[in-house]
Design a protein around this ligand. Structure first.
Ligand code: DGJ
Length: 558
């Protein structure tokens, strides 16, 4: 509760100073963007890499994003388009994004595709690519150059930094009043592919030299709280191999330092022009791969301390999640000094449930499925289905209309989140909010509320009543619980059945339950009073699979 009080004061102060630009209201393990003086969650989606490269595409896509229920779009801005010839700038692509975002009530996170995009340097302009002498590439262990710009080259850094600063200046000039652009991603999924580190002569020389004092001091100062025990060093002098062990993981640590220091210089210079919150995103090291098999040296959980030390201008290490194990990965990137932000996640229907869990359990700042423009608004009919029906045939039209009446799961879930966004923001970081996610293997979970009540939350198929309950695979289900007052709760989600008890033997009953919605004025409107069969005569609160609801319920002791 104390955390809640402090956070309300902190956000109040942020709001009072009608900011000159969007800011990050950062509490260490949770954070939110404050834009136009108001805190917000990024209920978002990231565009596919080439989807914002022409005005036609942006005009076609952005209204769809608004309809899906997004309040934020993450859109690439590429070096090759904004500096096609050295020193010649063209910000048309940036302006297209900002203008169309405003028309569709979207905030924008700009993804800077500069020197690196997924390890490679494919978005650097042609004049940069061709001048390998001036802009060197990294080398593999056989001395062969790879298509990845060198993080040690002053020329690469200067060219990247210069255009990034121009970009920040342009965004400041066209947008500081509106505050449509709320955050910047610096580069994209940095990390060396194929090798754990650069084996160029310069890099090897540096690898064999002393680890910089800034880093050793940091590691010694923070030795008790380091995320990776390998980073607990004994002495304060020695080469990278001396300090971290003579293997590929030491090489990865070295490479991470070079990336972090590079990114810091880009981000710091950009922030000096227009001080927007900045983050980097990570390609994960899953499936037992080794550094170089996965993009080595990115802002990975085991390298987070290196990144924090090397790139203090970067506020958040964002999680790109394309692997199995959503609860495990999110826990790894929600740290005491890293708020959870998911700038990318594989676009799937289950994302609807995962978004609820991320915001409710991890106090996430944002959740953004990748290639969001491909997501259908309706669950069971595509645009081509629509194009294929003969509108003059009533039977075809009727069949289509009944098919399309089902919202896609992510859309349904985002509708809930948009309604309760102010309530989540009020409870971020407090014990009064939590969430669970359930699946085929994990079919129940518990939340103990500050009232001392245990809420047992089971998958609603556990009851055996719903049509899909007999199937072998149960869809993901989730629910956010927000305590609004003594024994007074909101349940926001789908596919859950909630029962209640107290450990001391006191009997807990359901005093009142109603399905509600929240209007844009923040007011709660009752859609239905729920009792009888809908609460199993008071025994539980239930939101069936396929329904996406907010239920308000009060409990009592008898
Ligand atoms: C992660 C990258 O960050 C995106 O730009 C995109 O390439 C996706 N992978 C594709 O799955």
């Amino acid at each position: 509760m104390r955390r809640l009080f402090l956070s309300l004061i902190a956000s109040g102060l942020l709001c009072l100073c009608a900011n000159a630009q969007p800011q990050l209201d950062n509490h260490g393990d949770w954070a939110r963007i404050v834009a136009n003086g108001k805190p917000m969650l990024m209920i978002g989606g990231e565009l596919g890499n080439s989807s914002a490269s022409t005005l036609d595409d942006v005009k076609r896509i952005f209204p769809h994003l608004k309809k899906l229920g997004l309040n934020t779009v993450l859109a690439p801005v590429t070096w090759e388009l904004i500096e096609p010839r050295e020193g010649v700038y063209d910000f048309t692509s940036v302006d297209n994004i900002i203008t169309e975002a405003r028309k569709n009530d979207l905030k924008v996170v700009v993804l800077w595709f500069g020197a690196w995009k997924n390890s490679m340097s494919c978005y650097a302009p042609e004049w940069f690519k061709r001048d390998t002498k001036r802009f060197p590439r990294v080398h593999d262990r056989n001395g062969i150059p790879m298509e990845e710009a060198s993080s040690l080259s002053a020329a690469v850094l200067e060219a990247d930094k210069k255009i990034f600063c121009k970009l920040m200046q342009h965004i400041r000039d066209v947008d500081s009043e509106h505050q449509t652009v709320i955050m910047i991603q610096v580069e994209n999924e940095i990390g060396m592919i194929k090798e754990p580190r650069d084996y160029s002569t310069d890099a090897t020389k540096m690898y064999n030299s002393q680890v910089p004092k800034t880093l050793t001091d940091y590691l010694i100062r923070n030795s008790k709280t380091l995320n990776n025990p390998r980073l607990q060093i004994k002495g304060d002098k020695g080469s990278w191999a001396d300090m971290f062990g003579n293997d590929m993981y030491a090489e990865e640590i070295f490479q991470a330092w070079t990336y972090a220091v590079y990114v810091e210089q880009v981000a710091k210079a950009g922030k000096a022009i227009y001080n927007l919150p900045m983050y980097v995103n990570v390609a994960l090291n899953s499936r037992n791969r080794k550094p170089g098999e996965y993009p080595s040296a990115g802002p990975l959980a085991h390298l987070i301390d290196i990144w924090h030390c090397g790139a203090p201008s970067i506020a958040v290490l964002g999680l790109d999640l394309y692997d199995k194990g959503f609860p495990d990965w999110t826990a790894k990137y929600h740290l005491r000094n890293n708020p959870l932000f998911i700038p990318e996640i594989r676009l799937e229907d289950q994302d609807g449930m995962r978004a609820l869990y991320a915001f409710g359990h991890h106090d996430a700042m944002g959740f953004c499925p990748f290639s969001i423009e491909d997501y259908p608004f309706y669950a069971n009919a595509s645009q081509s289905d629509w194009n294929n029906i003969d509108l003059s045939q009533d039977d075809q039209l009727n069949a289509f209309s009944s098919a399309v009446s089902v919202l896609s799961p992510l859309v349904a879930s985002y509708r809930l989140l948009r309604q309760v966004e102010p309530i989540i923001l009020k409870h971020q970081g407090s014990d009064d909010m939590d969430a669970v996610i359930l699946d085929n293997e994990n079919r129940e979970a518990e939340i103990i509320t500050p009232d001392g009540i245990t809420l047992r939350i089971r998958h609603s198929y556990s009851l055996g009543w719903e049509p899909g309950a007999k199937s072998d695979v149960w869809p993901e289900a989730a629910c956010i619980i927000i305590r609004q007052g003594k024994e007074d709760y909101l349940a926001i989600g789908s596919g859950v059945v909630i029962t209640y008890s107290k450990p001391n033997g006191k009997q807990i009953g359901l005093a009142k339950c109603e399905q509600v919605e929240f209007g844009s004025d923040g007011g709660m409107h009752i859609l239905r009073h729920l009792s009888g069969d809908q609460t199993h005569q008071g025994r539980h609160v239930r939101i069936p699979v396929g329904d996406y609801q907010i239920q308000h319920f009060r409990l009592y002791e008898y």
